[in-house]
Design a protein around this ligand. Sequence first.
Ligand SMILES: Nc1nc2c(ncn2[C@@H]2O[C@H](COP(=O)(O)OP(=O)(O)O)[C@@H](O)[C@H]2O)c(=O)[nH]1
Ligand SMILES: [Mg+2]
Ligand SMILES: [Zn+2]
Length: 292
Amino acid sequence: MRGWQEGLVLAHLGQGIAVESSGQVYLCQTRRQLDTVAVGDRVMWIHSAPDQGRIEQILPRSSILARPARNETIKPVAANIDTVYVVLAGAPPCDFLLIDQYLAVCEHWKIKAGLILNKIDLPLTAETEQELVYYRELGYPLLRVSSHLGIGLGELKLALKNQTSIFTGQSGVGKSSLTNALLPDMALKTNTLSKTSKHGRHTTTAATLYHLPDGGDLIDSPGVAIFGLAGLNEHELAQGYKEFIPFIGQCRFNDCRHANDKDCAVRSAVEQGQISASRYQRFLKLKQKMLP
Ligand SMILES: Nc1nc2c(ncn2[C@@H]2O[C@H](COP(=O)(O)OP(=O)(O)O)[C@@H](O)[C@H]2O)c(=O)[nH]1
Ligand SMILES: [Mg+2]
Ligand SMILES: [Zn+2]
């Protein structure tokens, strides 16, 4: 179309959407009836004023993370993410239920997932070490870093290159510290934001896309709702435990729920040590949590 240009959505601002195009940022509105635009979306847009424009089209997405919205619908928040990194640490104690939940959501949306163990200056319990071994055996890469000591940051920067990533993880594991270490200018921005929020004006849960100085993009998303189980059903949760997949088809009943069901192949695999019992127990707990 005439005058259409390609752009990248950086953030939702109060007055519009920040779209980067040919190295400049434009404040854009969306054409009527366009689907919800997500941070990380590639869009076609058209000039409407010198620094402003209108988004005409959302280009096809390679992946999408969404949050629950009204009427059991979901709203896209972050698009075209290549890898989700789940950040964990020796302290606060690892919430493996939450980690499994994040991983299941990644499996569901077909986004690669990796683990970042931060605070390697702190000791780990034997249980945590064992769980990390399981995750690695499942194929989830693990990076060991300390944002305080600056250990492993070079490897992390390399891993983040040439792709779009997002950090998630429980509060207090060091996501902001890591983001600040990767994006030195962020410290300023976070301060300004929290100052404003003190006055109750800024209650943003909005995601923002940043270009990393050494290459790659990082989406900073304070909201963890996008990793909720809202978009998944029980069946999809089971498939989110990727080691279950080879067994799921072998259960006696097609509608097996992999709990106390007769001749459940998943449960037998647990009993025979082919599937980690702790992962299976957490699957049962998450399933319970999903009940309305
Ligand atoms: N010991 C240690 N503490 C860290 C490290 N990185 C961050 N922290 C601390 O962990 C706490 C939580 O960090 P923060 O970045 O706010 O975590 P977030 O809630 O995941 O964003 C802060 O007190 C940090 O100073 C680290 O490498 N080692
Ligand atoms: Mg934080
Ligand atoms: Zn089963």
